[in-house]
Design a protein around this ligand. Structure first.
Ligand SMILES: [Zn+2]
Length: 313
């Protein structure tokens, strides 16, 4: 949404008002005005070549904007081959004044506006009406073939973005996750031997398995989730059983040392013990592990790259 004040100004100079911006032809240039809180954004679309003389024009333009920064409340600006954008924090009248100054500078430097395609520089004569293309809100003047190129490139980029990254090694990933499992098992066993409730260790165990997998550069994509889930499941079963065994031994006042000397026979003794039941520990630990896997291994918290929004007015 743009404020009433900006809307009035934009209407005065003949721009089209949209929900989140105003755009249109202003003194021979395609401009876009938008707002975010108290910051107003001006974007002026033009055409510059990737040449030495145009690089000099860009440099002079940038130097002159720099010298105006404090006077017009310019927070930041960006000058590239097909447009200048500036962020201003000041009144609308200052913005209006500065817009005219910028356009004068562009004229002085012979930087062309919507008379040419801002991508290839082709002259837009009366029978080749230009297209106004919005790319993430800002409007660009493009000829037909550049518009087509842009649309084709963007659908190609979308397809590349969607393709899953499956780099990395499966063997190394499994090795790393097993090392994570061993470290987690040692910690889980130690905590159980202190008589502390260990169910939450499911979370830590799955996290350690995940870290091991990533550190060893395991294969990315779905394989990663499958391996981490499988190793975590095995780990949770083993550890919830053994932690209950350790607990039973503590209840029956049997010393842990004995367990360490002959674990198998002691597990048998524990399992025959009436207090031995690892179901609850297993279920809760499994839920904790699943929680860790969802958070870390599925990248659910990662910011997805925003797709470019291309629109032809
Ligand atoms: Zn073009």
């Amino acid at each position: 949404m743009i404020s009433k004040a900006l809307e009035t100004f934009a209407e005065d100079i003949g721009l089209k008002i949209e929900n989140d911006c105003a755009y249109g032809d202003y003194k021979g240039y395609m401009i876009t005005l938008s707002e975010k809180g108290n910051k107003r954004n001006v974007f002026i679309n033009y055409y510059l070549m990737d040449s030495e003389s145009d690089a000099l024009k860009k440099f002079r333009l940038s130097e002159s904007v720099k010298s105006d920064m404090s006077k017009f409340g310019i927070k930041e600006f960006d000058i590239d081959d097909n447009g200048l954008s500036a962020e201003l924090i000041d009144t609308i009248s200052k913005l209006s004044e500065y817009l005219d100054i910028l356009i004068e500078k562009l004229n002085d430097e012979d930087i062309v506006g919507h008379s040419n395609c801002s991508e290839c520089g082709k002259h837009n004569n009366s029978d080749t009406k230009y297209k106004t293309v919005s790319l993430n809100q800002n409007r660009y003047v493009l000829c037909d073939s550049c518009t087509l190129n842009l649309i084709q490139n963007s659908s190609k980029m979308e397809a590349e973005k969607k393709a899953e990254d499956t780099s990395g090694s499966l063997v190394l990933g499994i090795l790393g996750s097993v090392i994570g499992l061993l470290v987690g098992t040692a910690i889980w066993g130690f905590i159980a031997s202190l008589g502390i409730i260990t169910m939450w260790m499911g979370f830590a165990l799955a996290l350690l398995i995940y870290i091991g997998y990533v550190l060893f550069k395991g294969k990315k994509g779905k394989t990663r989730i499958i391996v981490i889930s499988a190793v975590s499941l095995v780990g949770v079963i083993l550890n919830s059983m053994s932690s209950e065994v350790i607990k039973v031994f503590k209840l029956t006042e049997t010393v842990l040392d004995k367990f360490l000397i002959s674990p198998i026979s002691h597990i048998q003794v524990a399992m025959e013990h009436e207090k031995y039941d690892f179901t609850i520990t297993f279920i809760i630990a499994l839920l904790c592990a699943a929680f860790a896997i969802i958070i870390f291994a599925t990248d659910i918290l990662k910011d997805k790259p925003k797709p470019e929004t291309i629109k032809i007015d």
